[in-house]
Each structure stands twice: as C-alpha cells, then as structure tokens.
Design a binder for this molecule. Structure first.
Ligand SMILES: C[S@@+](CC[C@H](N)C(=O)[O-])C[C@H]1O[C@@H](n2cnc3c(N)ncnc32)[C@H](O)[C@@H]1O
Ligand code: SF4
Length: 453
C-alpha cells in the first residue's frame, strides 16, 4: 500500500462539481447567461420537481486554524440583521425571475457557523425564505451546528420551522490537537447537543471528524472514534484534512507543515478509522462519509440513487440548486454560478438589485457527459458509457490513462465500463482525474487542490 500511496498521492479535486471551479470558463459567462439557464430549467422542472436551497452563513466568533471554509471572524452580532436582509433580498430577486411559486424540496444552512445567528434571526430568515413558496411533501431541511454555541433554543427554533437533520463539527477529541487547531471543544459539549437534538425529535444527527490534522496521532484518531461510538451519530463525515494554506491566507498557518502527519501516517489513520467505523456497524458511502445501515444515505447507495453536489452526498437529486449568501454556488444543471465572496461586494450588487453572481460556467454537452461519469464514480464506484457518449468523448484515451491503475489491481476495465475495486477505493479521486479532460489539457499554474490522499 505504501508504494501505491507514494505513486498516487498527487494534488487533485474533490469533485463536488464538474467542471471544477478553477476550470470554469468565466470569460464567456455573464449574469444574464445564468438567469436564462436557470429560468429555462425551472420552467421545465417546477411542476414535477422541487428545488434545493443552499444558504451560506459565513460568520464565526473564533478562527479554527485548519479551516478551509469561506468565513468571516467577528464577535459583533450586529452583522446578523443586515446579512439576513440581504439574503431575503437575494431570494426575492430570484422569485421575481422565476415568476411561478417555487417548490422547495431541500434547504441546507452551511457556513461559517449558522448557529452564530440568534434563534430569532434564524426563524425570521427561514420564514422569510418560505414565504410565497410551496413546500414539497418530502422536504428535507438540514444545518451545520457548532457544538460550542448551539443552544437548545437554536435547535428548537430550527425544529419549529421544519429542520430534522443537523451535523456537528467535532474534528478530534485530543486536547493537544484541539489547541493546535484553535478549537477547544470538550466531549461533553458534543454529547449535550447530540442528546438535545435527539430528544427534540431530530431524525438525523451527524458528526464531522477529520484525520491528518496537525499533531494528530493514530491513538488520537482511535480515541475520537471510541468517543464517537458512545454517541452513535447517524452519519459521520470522515474528512481527510485538506491543507491548502496558499488559498486561505493565514488561517492554516497556526502550525507548520512538520506538525502534520506524513502521507503514510495519514493513510493509516484513514484505514484504521474506516476499519473501526465498519466494526461499529457503519457503512462507507462514496468518499469521506459513513452512515448507519438503516440511514437513507446507505439505502440510496445500495439502490444506486445516491447523488453528490456542492453540499456533499445527498439522497435528493435536484436539477436546480440556488445558493444564497456570499460565496454560495448555484447549479441549474446546465450552468454553475458563484456569488461574490466578499460580503461588502455582495451587499453592493444587491443594492443595485442585481443577482450577486460574479463568475460561472455554461456546461457543454461534453462537460455534461463527463460530469455524469464522475458522479457515477464518486457515488457508485463504477460507470459505463454508451455509443452516444463515445461520439463526443474518446474513451480509449481515458482507458489508456487508467491502465496503470488496472495493473495495480485498483480498478477493472471492460469494453464500456470501469469498476473501482475495494483496493482502489482510496484512489477514486485519481480515477475521476482520468476522466477530467480539462485538468489534463491544462495543469493549474499554481497549487489549487489538496493532495488526493
Ligand atoms: C462549516 S464547518 C461546520 C460548522 C461549524 N462551523 C463548525 O465548525 O462546527 C464544516 C466542516 O468542514 C470540515 N472542514 C473544514 N475545513 C476543513 C479542512 N481544511 N479539511 C477537511 N475538512 C474541513 C470540518 O469537519 C467542519 O466541521
Ligand atoms: S471550522 Fe467552523 S467554526 Fe471553525 S472557522 Fe471553520 S467554519 Fe468557523
């Protein structure tokens, strides 16, 4: 395994979209293109299918030095009101564009820290979003909560407006690691919010864990998983620490590279964690995720109805995701668009009554075919192609790129299909990279992606 890690540990995308953001053709994209593509898709879909909303709430009170998310650190809660007003204005502009009342199937509150906002403000925001919309009968609302500041009132307020899923950021329970990542968070805090959510009636509680953090040793990973077993969350995100200090400025410079585990140590942490989680009864879902056997994600994976988007794995396939808030990404299935990342610039565009997107990409037919195969690989660990697909994509080239992985026993290649084998599971991002024609055509000039292992 060690030589395989050395061979395949290269910088690579996590494929929450295809094309990946650095490869969007932003030169030919305009906000008008985005509106046209969204409206077209909405008019086709709205009567039968609902839409998903991703709402980005970027504020955090304190900076965790490992964090790769888009956030603004502040203790001033005065920022809450203007931000919610802006979100509601943005949603109003979308509703004007769509004309017909949208059917809401999914809402996810991500961050930053959604629980930075007061329960009253979260209620005002969700009620404002749901005004003049139709709720899908199987709607699914979820949010990310910080165990250190999620209160009973937060849980109750969001429960009252329909939220039944929550995920809590845990990362690691060891104190030395917690100090290094500037996130001291005792087990008792996580226990308290997990139990409170369950008692209240939340049907799915998730925990986010990370391996490969600074100063993290195998024994810490084992300890964290043992403690996690005590609370038995329904879902566990088991992320590989993405070290991308060149993008996130000083945030990831609170420790030095020497404090990070080596790629081999990191791989052992993943393998051990996976083994322990599986012994505890969890099932591995695609990449980075585990769930209990009766969880919807596990069932979706078994029925091959699992989907993946910017928010990660989901059981709901939405051909329209509207991202609200600074830096949010939207997807109309034929186009992607990203909002202004800078909060003041985001406000300025809204003040001019503009949908605040600043870059995006229109998917060509080729892009759409490659996206389909990458999604298949990420969700089902296999893909097969048709003669129609072959008219636009040269699969012989892809197969030749994959022949080394086949020789290493990681995948099985057939005439019209590729299957990732159990041994190849850790390398699924590398398999996807062979389908990524844009990445092959032009390697990024600077480092953008984290390492695949
Ligand atoms: C927005 S945070 C969750 C909500 C809340 N802000 C908190 O920290 O509890 C989303 C999750 O992304 C993961 N994450 C953030 N930065 C990461 C990185 N550099 N590598 C891997 N996972 C990361 C963490 O597990 C974190 O819990
Ligand atoms: S991990 Fe969560 S709380 Fe910490 S900085 Fe990132 S978004 Fe904020």
């Amino acid at each position: 395994m060690q030589t395989l890690i050395q061979k395949y540990n290269v910088p690579g995308p996590r494929y929450t979209s295809y094309p990946t953001v650095p490869y969007w053709d932003t030169n030919t994209f305009t906000g008008i293109d985005w509106k046209i593509s969204l409206k077209k898709q909405f008019d086709v879909l709205n009567t039968s299918e609902g839409i998903s909303l991703y709402i980005h709430l970027p504020f955090c009170e304190s900076l965790c030095t490992f964090c790769g998310c888009h956030k603004r650190i502040t203790k001033r809660h005065k920022v809450e009101d203007p931000y919610i007003n802006a979100l509601l204005k943005e949603w109003h502009l979308y509703k004007e564009l769509l004309v017909e009342k949208p059917v809401i199937k999914e809402i996810h509150l991500g961050g930053g820290t959604p629980t930075f906002f007061s329960p009253e403000n979260l209620t005002r925001m969700v009620k404002g979003i749901l005004k003049d919309t139709i709720l899908d009968k199987d709607y699914n609302f979820s949010f990310e909560g910080h165990p250190n500041n999620t209160t009973k009132e937060h849980l109750q307020a969001l429960y009252n407006v329909g939220f039944r899923r929550v995920s809590f950021g845990v990362q690691d329970y060891n104190m030395a690691v917690q100090i290094a990542i500037h996130r001291v968070q005792p087990f008792e805090n996580v226990k308290k919010v997990t139990e409170m959510a369950r008692e209240m009636g939340y049907t799915s509680v998730g925990h986010d864990l990370i391996f490969g953090l600074p100063f993290q040793k195998l024994e810490h990973v084992k300890h964290t998983i043992k403690k996690t077993q005590e609370l038995r969350p329904d879902r566990i995100a088991y992320y590989s620490y993405a070290h991308v200090p060149w993008i996130k400025g000083n945030g990831q410079r609170g420790f030095s590279e020497e404090n990070l585990p080596t790629p081999n140590q990191k791989r052992t942490q993943y393998e051990t964690g996976k083994m322990w989680l599986e012994k505890m009864g969890y099932v591995e879902i695609g990449m980075d995720h585990f769930a209990l056997p009766e969880d919807e994600l596990t069932l979706a994976m078994q029925n091959k109805t699992l989907h993946r988007n910017f928010m990660g794995y989901t059981t709901t396939q939405s051909k329209i995701i509207i991202g609200l808030g600074a830096s949010s990404i939207s997807d109309s299935w034929t186009a992607f668009a990203q909002n202004e990342k800078n909060i003041d610039a985001y406000y300025a565009l809204l003040k001019e009554n503009k949908i605040p997107v600043y870059r995006g990409h229109l998917l060509s037919k080729r892009d759409q075919i490659i996206r389909k195969h990458i999604l298949n690989l990420m969700c089902n660990l296999q893909t097969n192609w048709t003669t129609e697909d072959e008219k636009l994509i040269d699969f012989l080239v892809i197969k030749s790129k994959l022949s080394e992985m086949e020789n290493d026993g990681l995948i099985e290649i057939k005439t019209n299909s590729i299957q990732v084998l159990e041994k190849g599971r850790p390398f699924v991002r590398n398999v996807c990279m062979s389908f990524d024609l844009l990445l092959q055509k032009k390697q990024p000039q600077t480092r953008i992606f984290s390492m695949t292992i």
